[in-house]
Design a protein around this ligand. Structure first.
Ligand code: APR
Length: 304
C-alpha cells in the first residue's frame, strides 16, 4: 500500500535540522559496507553458494554442519579483513567525535566501523562481531577472545591460488577461488580440524555474532536502553538497512516516540521505515558512501 506521506528529499532542510540536533541515532546495516565490496544479505549477493545467508546464521545450522557454517564465516572474515572502510564509515566516526550525543547502532559484524576509528562508546554492535570468537558453551565455560587471524585455523584457509578478494581475482578467470561461488569446489573440512576452545578443550569455538533466535548482547541492549532513557531524540538515520530484523528495527519506532525525525539512506527507492513515512521524514536514495559525507558536512566539515 502506498503511504499518503512522501518523504522530503531536500538536503538543505536536512542540514538545517542536523545543525540544531544534539541527540542523534543511526541504525546501520549491510548497505553501509556495500561500497567496500561486502555483499548485503537480501537481494543481489544474498546467496552464499546455494544457501540463503540467513539459513546459515542459526544455532541449528551450526549444530547440523559446523564445518559448513565455519566455512561461511571464515569466508566472511576473510572478505571483511580484505575490505577497507569507505567514506560513510569515516563520516559517521567523525560525527561521533563531533557530537557527544550521537550513537550508532550497527547490525554489521564486519569490523569496518571500528577500523574507521568510530569511538567504541558511541558504537553499539547489535549483532556482535566476526572477530569475537567464543566457546559454544557460554554457560559453564564462557571463553571469548578477540581474534583477527586469517585463516582462524588452517582448515579454514581460502583455496590456494590467488586471493579471492584481490583485484586480480575480480577477473573472471580466477573467480573460481571464491568459495561463495557454487562453481568453486568447497574444501572438505572435518569437525576435528575446526577451532576448539582452548579453555575447556571440549567444545568448538563459534563466531561471536548474534544468530537468528538468539538474544542481543545484554551490555549492548543496556547501552541502547540507557540512551533511550536520556530524553528527547532529534533524529534517527536509517542507513543501508532493510530494517526487517527485530529487535534492531524496533529502535526506529522507539526513537520516533522520543521525538526523532527519520532519515533513510538507501539504494532501494521502495525501502521505507517500519510503519511507513511520516511528515518531516527524509529519504536520500543512493550509495551511503557517496551520500553520508555530504549529508553530515555541516557538522563534520569537508576534511577529516
Ligand atoms: N548504500 C546504501 N544502501 C544500500 C547500498 C549502498 N551502497 N547497497 C545496498 N543498500 C541497501 C539495500 O537496498 C537494502 O535495503 O542496504 C539494505 C541492506 O539490507 P539487508 O541485506 O537486509 O541487510 P541488513 O538490513 O543489514 O540486515 C539485517 O539481517 O541477516 C541478518 O544479522 C544479519 O545484520 C543482518 C540483519
Amino acid at each position: 500500500m502506498l503511504s499518503a506521506v512522501s518523504p522530503n528529499t531536500d538536503l538543505a532542510s536536512f542540514h538545517d535540522h542536523l545543525k540544531k540536533s544534539t541527540r542523534v541515532l543511526a541504525l546501520l546495516g549491510a548497505g553501509l559496507s556495500a561500497s567496500s565490496g561486502l555483499p548485503t544479505f537480501r537481494g543481489k549477493g544474498g546467496l552464499w553458494r546455494t544457501h540463503d545467508a540467513m539459513s546459515l546464521a542459526t544455532p541449528e545450522a551450526f549444530d547440523d554442519d559446523p564445518a559448513l557454517v565455519w566455512q561461511f564465516y571464515g569466508h566472511r572474515r576473510h572478505m571483511s579483513l580484505n575490505a577497507q572502510p569507505n567514506p560513510a564509515h569515516y563520516a559517521l566516526a567523525r560525527l561521533a567525535e563531533k557530537m557527544p550525543g550521537f550513537q550508532a547502532l550497527s547490525q554489521n559484524v564486519d569490523g569496518l566501523s571500528p577500523r574507521a576509528n568510530h569511538p567504541p562508546g558511541q558504537l553499539q554492535l547489535l549483532h556482535g562481531s566476526l572477530f569475537d570468537v567464543k566457546c559454544v558453551d557460554q554457560t559453564k565455560c564462557g571463553y571469548i577472545e578477540i581474534n583477527y587471524e586469517d585463516p582462524l585455523v588452517p582448515a579454514l584457509a581460502m583455496p590456494t591460488g590467488i586471493d579471492p578478494t584481490s583485484d586480480e581475482a575480480r577477473d573472471a578467470a580466477v573467480k573460481s577461488h571464491d568459495i561463495s561461488d557454487i562453481n568453486t569446489a568447497l574444501p572438505k573440512v572435518e569437525t576435528k580440524d575446526l577451532p576448539f576452545c582452548p579453555k575447556c578443550s571440549q567444545h568448538l569455538l563459534r563466531p561471536g555474532v548474534v544468530w537468528f533466535g538468539e538474544a542481543l548482547p545484554t551490555k549492548v541492549l543496556d547501552n541502547v536502553d540507557a540512551y533511550m532513557r536520556g530524553g528527547k531524540i532529534d533524529l534517527i538515520m536509517v542507513i543501508g538497512t532493510g530494517a526487517k530484523v527485530y529487535p534492531a528495527s524496533s529502535f526506529i519506532g522507539d526513537a520516533r516516540e522520543l521525538g526523532a525525525k527519520v532519515c533513510v539512506v538507501n539504494m532501494d527507492a521502495n525501502d521505507r521505515p517500519p510503519g511507513g513515512w511520516q511528515e518531516g521524514d527524509w529519504f536520500f536514495e543512493g550509495d551511503a558512501a557517496e551520500l553520508l559525507p555530504k549529508m553530515l558536512e555541516p557538522v563534520i566539515g569537508k576534511r577529516y
